[in-house]
Design a protein around this ligand. Structure first.
Ligand code: GRE
Ligand code: ZN
Length: 327
């Protein structure tokens, strides 16, 4: 299928490239990977052309500025990353868009940076790489707490989606992964971490206060669509501390959309489409952690979707979600 739109596609800046190296350490492909993640030019466009991806919204990869302990440094790195993305989008406005990376260490600064990115540089929303650390390595701040309510008001006022991307848990807070570091990252821990954060947002009353927020999560919904029925079923017996007024599943289905990033598998896609509906599932690849061609080879020929659904998931849902100026 030509004309696809993708939006979990990552870029690094030199300041945050180092913290990605650990993930790729045993792949023997670091040089190629580093070249691909730093590039916002010919090579990326070539992959897009070959995979039938017309337009891609770019973002700084995880953990990015969320792992910078010093708030001032985080603010400066976010600005630098965003300026790099803005420059690429300005060079190729019909191919690249951008998501703001945000210094969540300071909610007011994050709101200000998002406003700058959207209003002055035409960014399509935010991509935040999970919880933020602040001041000390052993810290993890989640965005359901009251300190972030004004930040969310800004997201609502700007009327742009917020993409919650995975990051790894802090080792000192992840004893259940002891001696199994492989389990903490993309194979498993990423989804557990992001799903839990998403469910915290649902259970915090956030979507009562701001019913129009649109949260995006990748990897076919980080296992939540599969678990949604059971969450609501078991919460009929145990919902201690739950601050939503409605069942959790209602918030999830109303306020979240999910992408196919890094999850190119028919059975999981079938389940996600059935639970979410074809209007709430959107194509993405997760380049360069995944190759765009692998995403496209699966997506373009998957029998799980009708051709009409393929066009919605691959293109028109994104045009509507981001109000893109494409046909
Ligand atoms: C990803 O986006 O898939 C990703 C990162 C950082 C490390 C590993 C990884 O953003 O898979
Ligand atoms: Zn990703």
């Amino acid at each position: 299928m030509k004309g696809k739109i993708a939006f979990e596609e990552h870029v690094a800046i030199e300041e945050t490239l180092g913290n990605t190296r650990a993930f790729a350490s045993d792949s023997g492909k670091w040089d190629e990977f580093a070249r691909q993640i730093l590039d916002l030019g010919a090579e990326r466009l070539e992959h897009m052309d070959r995979a039938g991806i017309e337009y891609a919204i770019q973002s700084i990869n995880a953990p990015g500025v969320q792992a910078i302990l010093d708030t001032g440094e985080a603010i400066a790195a976010a600005k630098k990353g965003n300026d790099k993305l803005a420059e690429a989008a300005a060079r190729h406005p019909d191919r690249f868009g951008a998501f703001a990376t945000l210094p969540m260490q300071d909610p007011d600064a994050a709101a200000g940076e998002l406003t700058r990115c959207v209003k002055e540089m035409g960014f399509k929303g935010a991509m935040v790489n999970g919880f933020t650390q602040k001041d000390v390595p052993d810290s993890a701040i989640y965005y359901d707490i009251p300190e972030y309510r004004d930040f969310w008001a800004t997201v609502r006022d700007l009327n742009v989606p917020f993409y919650l991307h995975p990051r790894m848990q802090i080792p000192s807070r992840a004893q259940n992964y002891d001696a199994h570091p492989w389990l903490m990252s993309a194979p498993w821990g990423f989804a557990v971490e992001t799903a839990t954060h998403s469910l915290r947002l649902c259970g915090s009353g956030l979507f009562e206060d701001y019913p129009d927020l649109k949260i995006v999560i990748g990897h076919l919904g980080e296992f939540i669509p599969h678990a949604l029925w059971r969450l609501d079923a078991r919460m009929r017996f145990s919902r201690r501390g739950y601050r939503g007024k409605r069942p959790l599943g209602e918030y999830f289905l109303k306020n979240f959309v999910v992408t196919t990033s890094g999850f190119f598998h028919d059975p999981a896609m079938r389940n996600t489409l059935e639970v979410m509906g074809a209007d709430k599932v959107l194509f993405s690849a997760d380049y360069p952690f995944e190759q765009m061609q692998d995403a496209a080879d699966w997506f373009d020929s998957s029998a799980v979707m009708s051709d009409e659904e393929r066009v919605r998931v691959g293109r028109t849902n994104a045009i509507e979600l981001f109000d893109l100026d494409l046909d």
